[in-house]
Write a protein that binds this ligand. Structure first.
Ligand SMILES: NC(=O)C1=CN([C@@H]2O[C@H](COP(=O)(O)OP(=O)(O)OC[C@H]3O[C@@H](n4cnc5c(N)ncnc54)[C@H](OP(=O)(O)O)[C@@H]3O)[C@@H](O)[C@H]2O)C=CC1
Ligand SMILES: Cc1cn([C@H]2C[C@H](O)[C@@H](COP(=O)(O)OP(=O)(O)O[C@H]3O[C@@H](C)C(=O)[C@@H](O)[C@H]3O)O2)c(=O)[nH]c1=O
Length: 257
């Protein structure tokens, strides 16, 4: 039986993992929310790692508010960089394979083609910078790690672009959405399955991986798709708002391959 710790377990991806966990009878999960385990608390992390002797840690804990990270970057760096460093240090000490999730926002979006794992990151916002530093710490400290970069995660759970658009549309609000950014929406349920399959299939947990649902589009296209799939396209007016006001800059094109 492999013992698997999931941090940030009450977030979107964490809850998707919790949903499918019963299908994986050979994995013994411990799901820890931010209240159960704060990854920035090194004493608590070490105590748990020493006690439980995990085989794997899937790190779903992160600070994901891209707009707020611009205003209070120190909070983003504390979780996405220093918290990740703590997990890497104790994963190494207790021989745990670390599966960490990162983002398309580590890239600047200037490349005209999809980004591969060989492309050099150059984040343009604080969230992306904090996530990149987390990646760097893992690479410096560990050998048994997988950094899985994904993009535009959505699901029926929590606050994400999909649930925001659906909520606005159901409330009868007209929508103004930017077509100035292109990326690959990725269903968090698919990512959850991909991660657990890496473990049960005994895949080599080493290096950087890119995982998306494979179809690129703009946020505007994605909003249209959401309306169409939920049969709301006739009730709600959707307009292209390329100058949608944001605090944080986002990559123009961050397709991952
Ligand atoms: N959402 C997206 O579009 C994308 C996400 N990613 C990455 O995927 C991963 C999962 O994202 P997602 O599930 O969507 O994010 P969520 O924001 O839904 O979940 C993150 C979870 O981390 C928890 N958390 C925050 N700080 C700490 C801490 N110090 N210790 C422990 N837990 C903490 C949060 O708890 P609380 O709510 O209590 O603060 C929350 O439950 C993240 O690494 C993210 O960077 C990558 C690409 C796209
Ligand atoms: C809700 C909304 C957003 N937008 C714009 C704002 C922004 O440029 C873009 C996306 O909006 P959001 O703020 O929901 O998405 P954002 O927080 O930028 O999403 C990112 O989250 C982090 C965690 C990641 O790692 C990324 O992969 C990506 O998914 O769409 C509109 O134009 N109209 C709208 O009604």
């Amino acid at each position: 039986m492999k013992k698997v710790l999931v941090t940030g377990a009450n977030g979107q991806l964490g809850q998707c993992l919790q949903k499918i966990a019963p299908l994986y009878k050979d994995l013994d999960f411990l799901f820890q929310s931010s209240k159960d385990l704060d990854i920035t608390n090194d004493v608590a992390v070490e105590l748990l790692f020493e006690k439980e002797q995990f085989n794997y840690c899937i790190n779903c804990a992160a600070y994901t508010n891209v707009e707020q990270a611009e205003k209070t970057p120190e909070i983003a760096f504390k979780v996405n960089a220093e918290g990740v460093r703590t997990l890497a240090l104790f994963s190494k000490k207790y021989n745990v394979s670390l599966i960490h999730i990162s983002t398309d926002y580590v890239f600047d979006g200037e490349k005209k083609e999809p980004y591969t794992i060989d492309d050099i990151p150059n984040p343009i916002n604080e969230y992306g910078k904090s996530k990149l530093l987390g990646e760097k710490y893992i690479q410096e400290i560990m050998e048994n790690y997988a950094i899985i970069r994904t993009s535009w995660l959505y699901s029926e759970i929590g606050k994400n672009f999909y649930t925001t658009i659906l909520k606005k549309a159901k409330a009868g609000e007209n929508l103004a959405v930017t077509s100035n950014q292109t990326g690959c929406p990725t269903n968090a349920n698919n990512l959850a399955r991909y991660i657990l399959e890496l473990i049960v299939q005994n895949k080599k947990i080493v290096g950087i991986f890119h995982f998306t649902d494979g179809k690129s589009m703009t946020w505007y296209d994605f909003a249209s798709k959401i309306l169409l799939e939920n049969n709301l396209q006739k009730q709600v007016k959707l307009v292209d708002r390329s100058n949608y006001l944001n605090f944080a800059q986002r990559p123009t094109c961050s397709i991952l391959k």
